[in-house]
Every structure is written in C-alpha cells, then in structure tokens.
Design a protein around this ligand. Structure first.
Ligand code: NAD
Length: 485
C-alpha cells in the first residue's frame, strides 16, 4: 500500500533555532475550507516552556540584546518590518490555509503589519525619562523606564499574525524578550514569523515560539516564575484563568477579550453609507472579529427600510473558496466555532427572533464549514442572541426610540469593546460618543483601526490597551532615581 504523503512538520522556535518538541509529538493543523490537514505542529509541553523561558530570560539579562541602544533595537525591528512585507504573500498563504482568510484581503493585512513594526521601531528611542521637581532640597530626581523582562504573548485563531504583532512590536521596542504561544488551530504563521527574526539578525532567545495547547503550554508560561507580563487576546474563560494565575504570580496583564458591540443607526443617517458599514462591521471575516458590530440598533422609523436594504445587499454575497479573489464570505475557521455559531442560530430561533436572512450552514461548499450571513429581527436586548458573543456572521436587529434609548440598550451588555453611531447630527454623534461605555467609538464608519490609535475594552472586554504610543507602557517598569547633589 502506498504511504500517504508526509505533511510538513513545524517545530518550536527556541533560542534562535527550530527544535522538535520535548514530547516528540505533533498534531495536525487543518485547512478549514478543505477540512484536510496540511501540516503538523509541535505539541509543546512544560519542558519546552522551560527551555523557551530560559532562553528569553538569558537573552534579556545577558549578551547582545540588553547591550543594544534603543535606536539599534529600532533598526533591527525595521529589518523585520521589511522582511514581513517582502514575505507577505507566503505569510498570507499560511494564514489562509490555517484560518480560511480571504485571499482578496489577507496579503494587504499582512503587509500592514510591516507598518506596525516600523511605527514601534520609530518609538523605541523616544521612551523619554522625566525630571521630577520635588519638595526635597539638595536632590535631583528623575524617572527611567525599563523593560519588564520576559513577555508571554498568547493569541487566538481569528487573526493570528495581526494579534501577535500588536503585542510583539511594542514589547520589543520596550526592550523585552518574548515567548509566543499561538492558537493550537493556527500555529504555523507564528513559526514563519519567528524565522524572519532570525533572518533579520535578532539575537537568539529574544523571540521564541512554543506551539501547543492552552493547558499544556499557555498555562505553564503564565505560571513560570521568570515571566513578567502576559499579553493575551482570546475568550473570556481563558482570560479569567490567565488573570487569576497572573495574580498569584503578581504579574501584569493586557487582556483583549470579547465583544457584543452596538452599531447605532439614527433616522438622519446616510443609509447607503450606513448599510455598507453595518455589513462590513459584522460580516467581515465571517463575523470572527472581536469588534464585530453584532447588535444593530436602528431607530424605529427606519427599521424596516434598513432591514430591507441589508437583506438585499447581503443576499448577493459570494460564499465559497477563500483562495478565489471574488469570494466575499469564507469558511468558519474551526469546527468547534462552526458548531457554536449554528447552536446560537437555534438559540435565537428558540427565543422567538425572526430569521430574515441566512440561518443555514452550507454543506455543499468545501468541507461544509460555512455559515450563511444571518440576520435576525424581532430581537430584544435581553435575549441571549443579543447578550452573548457569537463570533460568527450573525446580526441581530433591535429597534430604539431616541438617543437615550439607544445609549441605554447599547450599554446594556457585559462587554464594552466598541460601538458606532450613524447620524448627520453632531449633537447626536457627540451624545452617543460620550455615553457609550466602549474602548472605541466610530462615527459614520465602522472598523477603522491604526497602529497609531489605542484599542482595547471597557468592562468584560478586557484590561489595558494595544496599539498607539501608550501601548509601550504596558511593557515598561518605571524606576524613580534620587541623587543627592
Ligand atoms: P481562547 O480563549 O479559547 O484561546 C485563546 C488562546 O488562549 C489560545 O492560544 C489558547 O490555547 C490559549 N489558552 C486557552 N486556555 C488557556 C489557559 N488556561 N492558559 C493559558 N492559555 C490558554 O480563544 P479563541 O477561541 O482562540 O478566540 C476567540 C476569542 O478571542 C473570542 O472570544 C474573541 O472575542 C476573542 N478575541 C478578542 C480580540 C480583542 O482584541 N479583544 C481579538 C480577537 C479575538
């Protein structure tokens, strides 16, 4: 009998080298469109964690990395930025295979990460100390900002390279060293990224990657006595466990968790513009984005017209093979997530919501891991479909009366990641912007983000901010120096 073709194997990346896992075990990673395994991923465990943290700790304390000036660190980061752009097609292909991201979008997303690294490379030598005037005579007092140490980066499967870079770039600019634990569903791109750090000439141990499962790799990394800060993006349950473990070790955390963001449309909005924003707001990446505008709040007088336009617009979306450039809706990235979305569609129906579009899977496409863009009307904000994060292409439409009502419903949720308001009235825009309890509020657009602008959540959507100049602070300690003169 002919042997099945061997799949490429991805080892861990520790101390500047690709190494096999201590367990000797690998697990398959699947293409969500075909359902086929395309590579094997190292199953890391505590021994790999210990080796990676030791390498990162050594690199932080000794050798070349701590002896570099901040400008030299920045120069190395610029090399990585250029390598990311030069290798964008390859990295994008890995993301598409592992996650089902659309070919039409993913190359641009990866190239944009080059901008991220350039931005933080430029900030590395702008971390300035401050002279502090005090009430004491004969002393000179100043602050100094120092890298925290070994930073752990734990990421989910929905946007692997982006969510890694959001943490990695500022942490490196601050002078930290890193151990990355990517999602077990989408690990390959982190290893490919790590290879670019070797090519750019980063000293061994500055960036390490250990792949595997949350309880076998993520948890030991958080608990390790030599890790200083945990940068996590993912679900609330894992986020809580990480926060608890970090608290036991008195470590700092940045947590980017879930959302159930309100997208609020007033009767004076430009509806052509709003409908486009609503659709990209919730259906981009098949709804698998934390900032998805999954609760559409529409003023009563335009409710039926907005729903009519949405149904007309979305029903033409092309679903299918993500490698085809005209595909607009790709597969769901993982089988458990597909099942979760389908179960929420049943929950919504059971709660009495009316499905006016979609609501079905597509077993005829690829491996059948598709959910049609789905719109529910007749939703009230107490329903589970309005309160819980689905993380899929499911929109629920909720009518409101006036500004106060919109804000009350918008805030009546445990999350506070983002929100948007569509109106031509400056007063309404400012009122809603002020009142929404959310880390990001968009006015007459949805989803704008930039490496220069902070991103993060209020309430149960997280702790701390990523992106923007202040994100570097998450990776720095403040030292206060007193000199007697
Ligand atoms: P998840 O929480 O299941 O897993 C995220 C990562 O945590 C994975 O790498 C996993 O292996 C690891 N992990 C799990 N348990 C752990 C533990 N006990 N200790 C340490 N690590 C552990 O999330 P997911 O299903 O991969 O991703 C979807 C979630 O991510 C959604 O809830 C979504 O809202 C959230 N998300 C948030 C943002 C944001 O910026 N706020 C962005 C993207 C995704």
């Amino acid at each position: 009998m002919e042997n099945a073709k061997a799949l490429p194997k991805y080892g861990n990346y520790i101390d500047g080298k690709i190494v096999p896992p201590a367990s000797g075990e690998y697990f398959p990673t699947e293409n969500p469109y075909t359902g086929e395994a395309w590579a094997e991923i190292a199953r890391g465990n505590k021994a790999d964690v210990d080796a990676a943290v030791a390498a990162a700790h050594r690199a932080f304390e000794e050798g070349e990395w701590p002896s570099l000036t901040a400008s030299q660190r920045g120069k190395l980061m610029r090399k990585v930025a250029d390598l990311i752009v030069a290798n964008a097609e390859h990295l994008a292909e890995i993301e598409r295979r592992d996650n089902g991201k659309l070919a039409a979008e993913v190359v641009a997303q990866v190239k944009y990460l080059g901008e991220y690294f350039h931005y933080y490379a430029g900030l590395a030598d702008k971390i300035e100390s401050h002279v502090i005037p005090t009430d004491k005579k004969g002393v000179f007092c100043y602050t100094k900002y120092e890298a925290k140490g070994v930073v752990v980066i734990i990421t989910p499967w929905n946007s692997p390279l982006t969510l890694t870079s959001w943490k990695l770039a500022p942490a490196l600019a601050a002078g930290c060293t890193i151990v990355i634990k990517p999602s077990e569903f989408t690990s390959a791109s982190a290893i490919e990224l790590a290879k670019l750090f070797a090519e750019a000439g980063f000293p061994p141990g500055v960036v390490n990657v250990v792949t595997g499962f949350g309880h076998e790799v993520g948890a030991p990394l958080v608990e390790h006595p030599d890790t200083a800060h945990i940068g996590f993006t993912g679900g609330e349950i894992a986020g809580q466990k990480i926060y608890e473990a970090a608290a036991r070790g008195l470590k700092t955390v940045t947590l980017e968790l879930g959302g159930k963001s309100p997208n609020i449309v007033f009767d004076d909005a430009d509806l052509d513009q709003a409908v486009k924003g609503i659709v990209s707001g919730v259906f981009a990446a098949s709804g698998q984005t934390c900032q998805a505008g999954s609760r559409l709040l529409v003023q009563e007088s335009i409710h039926d017209e907005v729903v009519r336009r949405l149904v007309e617009f979305v029903s033409t979306a092309k679903i299918g093979d993500p490698s085809q450039l005209d595909t607009q809706v790709g597969p769901i990235a993982t089988r458990p997530q597909f099942e979760k979305i389908m179960s929420y569609i049943e929950i919504a129906k059971g709660e009495g919501a009316k499905c006016v579009l979609g609501g079905r899977s597509r077993p005829d496409l690829g491996a059948g891991q598709f959910v049609e863009p789905t719109i529910f009307t007749g939703v009230n904000n107490k329903m589970r479909i309005a309160q819980e994060e689905v993380f899929g292409p499911v929109l629920c439409v909720i009518p409101f009366k006036d500004e106060e009502d919109a804000v009350r419903i918008g805030n009546d949720v445990l999350y506070g990641l983002a929100g948007a308001v569509w109106t031509k009235s400056l007063h309404r825009a400012m009122y809603v912007t002020d009142k929404l309890k959310a880390g990001t509020v968009w006015v007459n657009n949805y989803r704008a983000t930039s490496y220069t602008a902070p991103f993060g959540g209020y309430k149960r959507s997280g702790i701390g901010r990523e992106s923007g100049a202040d994100a570097i602070r998450e990776y720095l300690e403040t030292k206060c120096v007193w000199i007697s003169t």
